[in-house]
Design a protein around this ligand. Sequence first.
Ligand code: 26Q
Length: 850
Amino acid sequence: LPVEHLPHPKNDPDSIEQDVLSKVSYTIGADPKALTTKQTYRGLAWTVRERLIDSFNKTQEYWKSKDPKFVYYLSAEFLMGRSLTNAVYNLGLEGEYGEAIRKLGYSLEDLQDQEQNASLGNGGLGRLAACFMDSIATTDLPGWGYGIRYKYGMFKQGLDKGFQSMAPDIWLSAGNPWEVYRPELAYRIGFYGEVKDGKWIPAESVNAVAYDNPIPGFGTNNVTNLRLFESQPVNEFNLDFFNEGNFDEATQEKRRAEDISAVLYPNDATDYGRELRLKQQVFFVSAAIQDVIARFKEQHSDFNELPNKAVFTMNDTHPTIAVAELMRLLIDQEGLDWDNAWAITTKTLAFTNHTVMPEALEKWPVKVMTKLLPRHMEIISKIDSIWKGSLADRVKAQIEAEPKAEAKAAASEESSLVPEDTEAGEDPVDAALAKYGIICENPWEKGVKLVNMAFMAVIGSKSTNGVAAIHSDIIKHTIFKDFYEIYPEKFQNKTNGVTPRRWLAYCNPGLRELITKTLGSNEWIKHLEKLSGLKQHAEDKELQAQWRAVKQENKQRLAKYIKANVGVDVPTNAMFDVQIKRIHEYKRQHLNMFSIINRYLEIKAASPEERKKFVPRVCVFGGKAASAYYMAKKMIRLVTAVGEVVNNDQEVGDLLKVVFLPDYNVSLAEVIIPAAELSHHISTAGTEGSGTSNMKFQMNGCLILGTMDGANVEIAQEIGKENMFVFGVDAEDVPRLREERKDFKDYDPRWVKVMDSLLAGQFGDAEYFQDLVDNVNDMTKSNDWFLLANDFADYLRAQKDVDELYKDQDEWTRRSILYTASSGFFSSDRCIDDYAREIWEVEPVAVPSS
Ligand code: 26Q
């Protein structure tokens, strides 16, 4: 083909305007004389798409010619949000597009709101994957993401009389200009059936068909790829059944196939034993590995080269079936022997753990696996028995090496493989195998065997990492204790990061311009450590005034959103106090609420004179509750119930407002975070892996009220602990405090008043809140597992510190500037660079300008 005649898009404003008109007419099929805003957005997006694809093609071609080692990010979730603004800015075309859009009578802001969010994730883990894609592209790493193109993403949340309501997220209804369909790229994925003479004959098969989502880097020509798979039937429908008039039977295969990539599981902790969930996992993992192997074979013939050309990162336990799938493909399809395949597998996979909560570590019933994936189960059994053999040898050697008398004492020490809780008479080898086997017995159901996916991932990969320093330390001594003793060199930390493009430069244009003006350049957007240059200006009164003006503008933008969406007028001279994240008991939104109730009671009890001393606050909550999570739903209702009372109390007036903003998602976060002055990161110490919104708030100069948990610990180090509002017990004290039961009468009197007010029905239906209260306040029914009562007094003390500081606006603003100035470490560029050098061993390959 005469490819030299291929027309490349031109980037001057006139050409862009022409392109938009052409797209709205011929791609969207709209009348350019009577365009709606939505049609204009769609036409515009298609012009951006062409420019992305142009650079995408050049990048992929260049990489192919260089044949570097690639990282493949395997994740069941990618929470991308909107793409328009990000793409225009990352391509460096904001000026040209701005002008073209103006000529059409719009602004980029008008049009960006027309885009549906791509909410293909639950929360932190999914958004982390999205930030990583941005940083992989920006730092020029050869790296792709692999996941599922869910037809329906995270559910839409509404409020119905103050209770959470849910509706499906039909995000593809207006088409998706950000993806490129590749019908020619389809991989066969098998399920069920049997293994005959070592060969698996699946009873059901589907096609995994690729959609490529180009990911532009910032300040580079590189555009990388997020490849998402859709599940399609091998046969569209059965004509014989159709002709018999049996339409249900005729289309059954199609429906079963399409179910696999239909819905994102909207649960960020558990959904065990669900066969469809396991199908989703093996579906995208198998497609991804087959795809990589196919490309590898185009250029190589020796599989021992694979670890030098590819590394897969498994984002939590969700893709860990990759261990068995890569083994299966190497042995069954490529003819390698077991030892060779194992050596390659354990050099090619890496594993990231995001939580220590036992309920979130996937364990699949052997029965389910054997039925769905018989060949994988054979492989897993063999890995397990080899592992158990080596574990038994080590335990035996350890026992022999230690004199009998000391054996028991040694058993409680960290250096022993013999479980601490070995029961009398129990064989120590059996005890170790029961505790650390990949295949183990379900402790809640005798005789039911489970596959511990996290253990398989640790054994089957070259590295295991946690997502913040404290978290990586905890996993070494708790959930993966004995693995750490056997393979200490496998364990690493990689403290999370977030992309400063989306989470500062693009969501907070006012602050972007002010920072660039103060630093004299915008290099900080790509080299976030340069923000430290702001430190020397933190005391500059003029900068402080401008800094406050930006915050004020952002607060007004949020106030407008609140009024429009929940109908509450909020005073913009009040402190904007925010807690936005998934609703979980361990994240303790109810602790925040109890302190708000306490504030309300104090305002009510105060004289008109005393009331003047209160610092006015607007308390904003947002977050979704998993549908089966009973307590989380009650926590949402607690926010709205208290809001109904407080917001309508004339005596309280503008001193306190409490709002719950429904349908918290990426684009709502982009409005809330720049407007926040105080944010809550108050998980019980030792429970939050890292947290990533804490970093986003910090970047935007929002002060943090937090516990010594997750990445808060490192944020405190960067900004100086005295500049953060820290409270609560330390992680190492948590197990002891959970054992100690306090008497009700020992509680802080303010706590007792708050509990009483709820049980007296001051905020409506007392009966409804009874078990929420019991869970933290009745030691006969629970032991306050997340230590709310325990941390309450110290929390109120920290809240008082917050109020006092807010009265000194200059000092508050100095700290705000300091927060932003100290946030460089939390760029996902830094995080990705650490992964690239210390785990993936992948090097940047930048596409030259042509
Ligand atoms: C498991 C089994 C079945 C169905 C669903 C799941 C499931 C789905 C999503 C389990 C967990 C998740 C998501 C977890 C998550 O978002 N973890 C968060 O990861 C962030 C990025 O590392 C951390 O900052 C947070 O601390 C951590 O909670």
